[in-house]
Design a protein around this ligand. Structure first.
Ligand code: GAP
Length: 511
């Protein structure tokens, strides 16, 4: 097992052990691809939402919020194209009876070739040290350059078959690459078929009167169908945006990699409405802006890359993914799409209501074009956890697991720990806790040795611990311990608020 795989497995058990994420319905042996957020998980999730909402809605005078329903009129999904086109190509292995996304089988094959390339590069890097020129090596080393060309060839074939919806070509590609089922190890595949990802549901009180509908597969359509309601009531002028955070549901064929691909998940989406012809400028603007938002969390630059779509969705004239380097490779974290006027135009046609904007500067009405930024909240959560999880050996050779979550996102900001329960230390510590608990999320703990309590706070990512000891009773001082460097500082209780507020208040970090 690779180091990254091992680390990812450890992270998953850490999430469970420390109350971040549980499998849904665990006492009934769980429901695949659905997860519940525990006490510290829900705090982190809320803090990410808050960071997104503040930077989208509160920091931009021309962006307003919305909270639309999960259930919508079934026609919405006809108009949006989801009924006809929201499909994934699936394939079954006849021996293991396991079902796969055909395109993902091919992508996994590509990843295996990429891993071999990365191994060769690493070896060469170690051999040549500071003289190593990666670009030149990839161009001149025969084995590496052949593998790079092979990847490109496979990608081109896959993109072209997906674009033309040629399912038989995808099957041929799987056969030609000699891809085997990871379970049975055989190449005994069925044909490739299309599978619609929307969850069907019934509206109505009896079976006879019930009509069929869907759980929304994206939050975006709630924004489009409310375009006029919001524009008029918010007296919004183009360019302006509508932002929304909410649940989305997709019957993913293969849901895996923990919370990366789930059947129920949350999206944070913003649709930005612009004059026709101005969309590409705004597309580039939002592309930059969104990357800045990620980098502001202290991630390294090389943990992200842009992936421009060759195979555009039915509604887009430009699209890019911001990919994050998860332990299982670079994968989509956020999408930025120039959706043209497709959605509003289509809803106008299906609803037979005029959905247009009167532009008083141009003195004409038109259907605005849309730039969308769409990020999965759960994937963002996972990226933060992957980036934060560290196993460290301390000076005394003891190990600690620490989550170096950016302090303004940490579930708990300050743990208040009396050295012992005796001699009035608990009372003093509780008073400090009560004074600060409405300022930031605090945690009070008096059980176990101070060392064990520090370890527990490190493991949930608490950036500050405050220890109350006998000296506190004499001179109103306490010890502040910093999570990352584990250094400590003696200070007056009345100084605590200002120091911590500076480090955890979103006000100081928002962009
Ligand atoms: N409105 C556009 C849209 O929904 P998408 O690329 O299908 O575009 C946007 O989804 C984001 O939602 C993705 O970048 C990803 O972060 C998240 N996402 C999509 N499917 C997901 C799933 N099954 N589980 C978790 N997150 C998912």
């Amino acid at each position: 097992m690779s180091n990254q795989n091992e680390l990812f497995k450890k992270l998953i058990s850490h999430c469970k052990e420390y109350g971040f994420i549980f499998q849904s319905s665990e006492i009934y042996d769980s429901l695949a691809a659905t997860y519940d957020y525990g006490p510290f998980g829900v705090e982190l999730k809320n803090n990410i939402k808050h960071y997104w909402w503040k930077s989208m809605v509160d920091m931009n005078e021309n962006i307003v919020g919305l909270d639309s329903s999960v259930l919508m009129h079934p026609k919405v999904w006809e108009a949006s194209g989801h009924v006809d086109a929201f499909n994934d190509p699936l394939i079954d292995n006849k021996d293991s009876k396991k079902r796969y996304r055909a395109d993902q089988l091919i992508e996994d094959h590509i990843n295996k070739i990429q891993l071999k390339i990365d191994k060769d590069i690493l070896k060469a890097e170690m051999k040549f040290g500071s003289n190593f020129n990666k670009k030149k090596y990839c161009e001149t080393n025969k084995r590496v350059s052949e593998r790079i060309s092979k990847i490109q060839e496979i990608k081109d074939k896959l993109d072209s078959s997906l674009k033309k919806n040629k399912l038989s070509d995808i099957k041929n590609l799987i056969e030609n690459l000699e891809i085997k089922c990871p379970i049975s190890g055989t190449k005994n595949w069925t044909d490739v078929r299309q599978f619609n990802l929307m969850f069907k549901t019934n509206f109505g009180s009896t079976d006879e009167s019930a009509s069929e509908g869907y759980l929304r597969p994206e939050t975006a359509q709630g924004i489009f169908v409310n375009f006029l309601n919001v524009q008029k009531t918010a007296r919004a002028k183009i360019p302006f945006g509508i932002a929304q955070i909410g649940k989305a549901f997709r019957n993913e064929i293969v849901a895996r990699q923990f919370i990366f691909r789930m059947r129920e998940f949350e999206q944070m989406e913003m649709q930005f409405f612009v004059r026709p012809g101005e969309e590409i400028n705004y597309y580039n603007f939002w592309k930059d802006q969104r990357l800045k938002w990620h980098l502001n969390l202290g991630f390294d630059n090389d943990m992200f890359r842009f992936h421009n779509h060759q195979n555009l969705a039915h509604y887009a004239n430009a699209a890019v993914d911001i990919e994050y380097k998860f332990p299982f490779g670079f994968k989509e974290l956020e999408g930025i799409h120039s959706r043209t006027d497709f959605d509003l135009k289509s809803h106008q046609q299906y609803s037979k209501r005029k959905i247009q904007y009167f532009d008083s500067e141009l003195n004409k009405s038109y259907i605005p074009h849309v730039i969308e930024t769409s990020i999965g909240l759960d994937r963002m959560f996972l990226a933060i956890m992957c980036n934060s999880y560290k196993e460290e050996v301390m000076n005394d050779n003891e190990k600690r697991i620490v989550l170096s979550i950016p302090p303004f996102l940490a579930p708990i900001k300050l743990a208040i720990l009396p050295l012992t329960r005796k001699d009035g230390l608990s009372d003093k510590a509780k008073k400090i806790f009560n004074d600060l608990k409405l300022e930031f999320n605090c945690y009070y703990e008096e059980k176990d040795s101070i060392g064990k309590r520090y370890r527990r706070q490190d493991a949930i990512g608490t950036p500050f611990c405050l220890t109350i000891d006998h000296q506190t009773l004499e001179d109103e001082t306490c010890t502040l311990r910093y999570r990352d460097k584990m250094n400590q500082k003696r200070l007056k209780i009345k100084e605590v608020f200002e120091i911590i507020d500076k480090e955890v208040n979103l006000k100081n970090f928002i962009i």
